[in-house]
Write a protein that binds this ligand. Sequence first.
Ligand code: UD1
Length: 337
Amino acid sequence: MKILVTGGLGFIGSHTVVELQNEGFDVVIIDNLSNSSLEVLDGIERITGKKPHFENIDLREKKSVQDLFVKYQDINGVIHFAASKAVGESVENPLLYYENNINTLVYLLQELQAKQKTHFIFSSSCTVYGQATTMPITENAPVQQAMSPYGNTKQIGEEIITDVAKVTTINAILLRYFNPIGAHPSAEIGELPIGIPQNLVPFITQTAIGLRKELSVFGDDYPTADGTAIRDYIHVVDLAKAHVVALQRLLENKNTEKVETFNIGTGTGSSVLEVITTFEKVSNTKLPYKIVARREGDVIEAFANTDKANSVLGWKAQSTLEEALASAWKWEQKIRR
Ligand code: UD1
């Protein structure tokens, strides 16, 4: 089975390629290297013993997408990661986000429609729920007005796919990720943030290694037990495996709707201070941090009800927060050597 993985050299994409190859799939990666590196291919090969096919293609170039499907006529399924994902940048430059995340999705779906392809997995985000009123969040929680152009591209992406699936052969699974962290336990691949990390865990590991002076904790006056915000941190390898089972469901025609949606998280919420304490424990370091004002646009808490993924996909997150943070730390230590 040949699977196309767009953005396959990125953080979640590369871990998913490893799990796909471990399950025997033949993978074609396309990536424009805008936020990734060719060295990731070597990491994937060292873990799996196999180098995936790679094409340096920018999905914004429609002709390249058409040529790709001519070159690889036997693609059985597509997992679509390629997208920009920095919330702040999307506020500064919304058109970049609408072009990178929406135009590309349209071009890809046009090709799938033209070639009568059927199986499509989309990277969505728990950001579509905004501040949900009940925890844990089920897939039935209402989608709320997006707080950033980035978040809006995930909502619009879900709508586009739903509209297209109604009138084409396309069947899709939308995976709404909670907060992906960690790295492959081999430390051959992991997260490679460009510049100053915006996300919590890469900022923590870069602080612990001495690249950053201290972590700023954004707010300790939230209505939570310790006053800091709560998220559902999921090990990227668990998240990667969710893509494989979702894909298998489509390939085996087990889906019951044209478009199915699943929350992918651990089901457990952790506060920022809990993440810091757990990190200090697994890394045996003392993390310098200070409390600062809340970050604009942050929700108080978000953690998943994963019953649907557990029962329908037969998937459950396996790793603990300790394991995920330990893997992130091992990776950080390796890349700074
Ligand atoms: C963010 C995005 C989300 C996106 C996800 C993946 C926002 C508002 N949300 O999720 O849409 O899908 O990244 O890229 O940007 N924190 C600190 N100090 C830091 C960094 C983070 O205290 O230096 C706190 C945040 O306030 C938050 C938690 O850590 O409570 C997690 O933050 P982060 O890793 O940025 O993820 P989200 O904001 O949940």
